[in-house]
Structure formats: C-alpha cells, structure tokens
Design a binder for this molecule. Structure first.
Ligand code: AMP
Ligand code: ZN
Length: 460
C-alpha cells in the first residue's frame, strides 16, 4: 500500500491528507506551456515542481498517470479573451507559419524539460489534435443551457453556475467592475466574465489562420476548453490532481472547473496544486516582460541545468523565489559536491534507514524540499557511516530529487584540471593568493574538492 502525504489544496485553502480516488493510482493533469516563445527558467520552476510532486507520489508507491498538454491554439494576449492571438503575432514577427512557430517552441520546451531531467509526461496531447473533443464538450454545454451563441462566439454563461468563482474566492459582482476595462465588447455577450468556448471567423478573426469546421461555422476554440477536454479524455471526468502557476487560479482554472462540472454534473478536480512564481528583481519572469533567461543562458555560463532543481528545491513551491545567477552558481556547486561524493564512494552499499525516514517525512509534508535537502547535507557531512551506504542512500533518494546521480562519471582528474593545478601551485609558490583563490574556485566549479597539502594542491 502506498504511503500517505499531506498536500495543500487551493480549493479548501488548507493542507489535506492526500488519497487518490482509485487506490494506488494517481491521475494528474498539468497545464502545459503556450508554445509561441522560448521556454524560460520561470517555466522550469513550475515544471520541476510538478516533476517533484510526480516523483514523490511514485516514491510513496503510487502509479502516476501524468498528462501535460501543449497549448498551440486559442490563447490570446490577455487571459480573459481580449487582445490578439499569440501565435499569429509571433508568426508575423518571425516570418514563419503559425504551425512552424508551435513546432519550434514545443521542441524547445521538450529540450528544456529533458535538460533538467523532468520525467516526460505519460501523455503530452496538443490542443490542435483535440478539436473534435472540444467541440463535443461545447455542444454538451449548449444542450444543457450553460452556453449561448452570438454572431461572434460561443460563450460559457457564468451566471448559470452557482459555484463560479469559488476557487479564487471572487464574486461575480467584482467581475462586473472589470467590464469597464474591456476594449472590444461583443454586444450580445451577457456578462463580462462569460468566457469564449469557440471563436467564429468574424471581426478581427475573419482571417484567422488556424480554424476548423464546427456546428457553428468555421472557427477555433477558446483557451480554457482544451484542458477540460484533454483531461477528461485521458484521465476521466474526475481527476486527483491538477497543477498550474498561481496566475491560472482566477481565470483559467476557474473556467476549467465551471465548464467541466456543468458538462458532467460532478467534481472535476479533487486537489488543486498551484506553484508560486520565479521572479527577477521582484517581478514575475515572463515572456511578455522580456525579462527572462533560458536553458541556453544557463549552458552558456557552464552551469549544469540540473542545478536548477537544487535551486528550486530550496524554496517552498508556495513561496516566490527570486532568481539570481549567484544562487544558481551556488546550487551548481552543491550539485558538483554531491557528484564528487558519489564518484569516490563506491557501489553496492545499503540504504541508511534513518536518512530515508527523515527524507520521507519531509517530502510527505506538502513537499518540504528544503527540509529534504537538509537531509542530503547531513548525509554529505556524515563521517560515521560507510561511504558506500551513504551513496546508496543518496541514489535511493534521487528517485525524488531527480539529479540523475546514477549517471555520474567515475572520478578522474582531467587534463584541464591538471593544468589548473600546475598554475595554482605556481601562483602559491609566488605568493599570488588572489590567482590561487581564483583557480581554487575554478577547480571547485569543475566538481573537485581542493586540498592544500605540503606537496601542493590535491584534488579529490
Ligand atoms: P504559459 O506558457 O505562459 O501558459 O505558462 C506555462 C506555465 O508556466 C503556467 O502554469 C504558468 O503559470 C507557469 N509560469 C509562467 N511564468 C512563470 C514564472 N515566472 N514562474 C513560475 N511559473 C511560471
Ligand atoms: Zn490548462
């Protein structure tokens, strides 16, 4: 039987004991990226967070069915159906087709998640491959009277759903006030919070490139309906866990709940898990603000992208994390320290129960990864146990950490390192301690522990 864990549920605004609907199996849906621009390290934080949750559940003994979609249609520049189509704008700017834009940035996303050792989802469905499923769901909502048609679109009627707004705690009357901000209003739209299920090819969308036939004429789906349709298709009408960034709570997830529960008549998601942002200078890192760094930026600084996992784990997924290069460099050093520990430890040891138990306790406490990392440091500093056993423990815990420790190289002193050692010994003989300290740091960043001995620099 799988072990229990505690998880914060946005829906109840409290930490609850997690148990899945079906014993031993967890169904988990993660809102995927909108693939019109580069994946950045803010996304990395969110998807590493999902990955840690998934790995934790597997480690506790559950089978996890993990669906993460790719949004390649319907997402406008404003989440509330205002503004322009993100893909068309980008296609124009880059002189490519919308399809090429989606393909290129999906590949970049997948390359990024692979580089940080995120387990690939069980299914990664694309919204454009699921148009019939979305149309079917919209038809159901129309038949049941939860949606209506205008000359411009099919809308979900939020006033028909007595639970609308419960996830974020917003009142519909507050949304009325928001109506004043709407730039373009469909005159037949009944309530400002009504959201688009299907856009028709009229007005500014007359020449919209991505479009499909539907019972309401050619058009394309709104952003929210895709997640309901794909979640239901692959995981069933009620799922255990749905994840997203905190920005999704007030609009996207509120809308997903409304359309799904009104269509099926029962609960859509049991646990809502939301990740806080990765910020730069106190502001959300985002594509639209152009304040972002990508996988390439990390690699161009000779930092292993997997170090992002250590950085992310240092802060609770429910707290903002301010990114600095210094903090990532320090995480990279920790990663190197763990690897060199392994390279010198030998194999075939036995897991140390006391560490496994403290680690289990930490991850089961709403993913307290900072506490879990503290256990890792305890292991690294342990002088009492056999190193082989400590390494066996780290390898076992790495099923959750995802640092890919099983693939660490055997300890060798490279030619590059040997040259640095020669330079450093020369600097020390000449009492040039500034250079010798710089060379020490360089050697450490290559993963070596640097010792000063009477015979000069020694690496281990
Ligand atoms: P998007 O491609 O903008 O739809 O974002 C995909 C996912 O990444 C969503 O769940 C967002 O909430 C999340 N996300 C976007 N930017 C950040 C950030 N700076 N920090 C953490 N998560 C983010
Ligand atoms: Zn979604």
């Amino acid at each position: 039987m799988a072990l229990k864990m505690k998880l914060y549920n946005t829906k109840s605004r409290s930490i609850e004991e997690f148990t899945p609907l079906k014993e031993g199996v967890v169904t988990m849906y993660a809102c995927g990226p909108t693939v019109y621009d580069f994946t950045h390290i803010g996304h990395m934080r969110k998807y590493i967070g999902d990955d840690i949750l998934r790995r934790t559940l597997s480690y506790l003994g559950y089978e996890v069915k993990h669906v993460m979609n790719i949004t390649d249609v319907g997402h406008l520049t404003n989440d509330s159906d205002q503004g322009d189509d993100k893909f068309e704008g980008k296609a124009k700017a880059e002189g490519k087709s919308v399809w090429d834009i989606a393909k290129f940035y999906t590949e970049y996303f997948n390359k990024t998640i692979k580089a940080v050792n995120i387990l690939f989802p069980t299914v990664q469905p694309r919204a454009t491959d699921h148009i019939p499923e979305q149309i079917k769901l919209i038809e159901k909502l129309l038949i049941k009277g939860f949606a209506y048609e205008t000359d411009e679109a099919i809308y979900f009627d939020v006033t028909k759903d007595p639970h609308y707004g419960e996830l974020s705690g917003q009142k519909l009357s507050d949304k009325e006030i928001g109506a004043r901000d709407e730039v373009v209003v469909d005159k037949d739209k009944r309530h400002p919070a009504d959201f688009v299920l299907w856009f028709k090819l009229v007005g500014k969308f007359t020449d919209h490139i991505m479009h499909w036939p539907s019972p309401w004429g050619d058009g394309f789906p709104g952003w929210h309906i895709e997640c309901s349709a794909m979640s239901m298709k692959y995981l069933g009408e009620t799922i255990d866990i749905h994840t997203g960034g905190i920005d999704h709570i007030p609009v996207h997830h509120e809308n997903e709940i409304a359309q799904s529960e009104c269509a099926t008549g029962h609960e859509f998601v049991r646990f809502w898990v939301h990740h806080e942002f990765l910020n730069v200078d106190g502001e959300k890192m985002s594509k639209s603000k152009h304040n972002f760094y990508t996988l390439d930026d990390i690699q161009s600084r000779n930092i292993d992208p997997i170090a992002m996992r250590i950085l992310v784990m240092g802060t609770s997924y429910r707290k903002p994390l301010n990114f600095t290069w210094e903090s990532l460099e320090s995480a990279n050093k920790t990663l190197n320290r763990i690897r060199s520990f392994g390279a010198k430890s030998g194999t075939g040891g036995k897991v140390v129960d006391k560490y496994k138990n403290s680690f289990l306790e930490a991850i089961s406490e709403d993913l307290n990864m900072a506490k879990a990392l503290a256990v890792i440091f305890e292991i690294l500093n342990d002088k009492n146990h056999d190193k082989k056993d400590l390494w066996a423990t780290l390898l076992d815990l790495d099923q959750v950490l995802g640092l890919n420790l099983k693939d660490i190289p055997i300890f060798t002193i490279t030619v590059e390192a040997q040259n640095l050692v020669l330079k450093r010994d020369k600097a020390r003989t000449e009492k040039d301690f500034i250079t010798s300290d710089k060379l020490r740091l360089e050697l450490e960043s290559l993963g070596y522990e640097v010792l000063d001995t009477p015979n000069g620099t020694k690496l281990q």
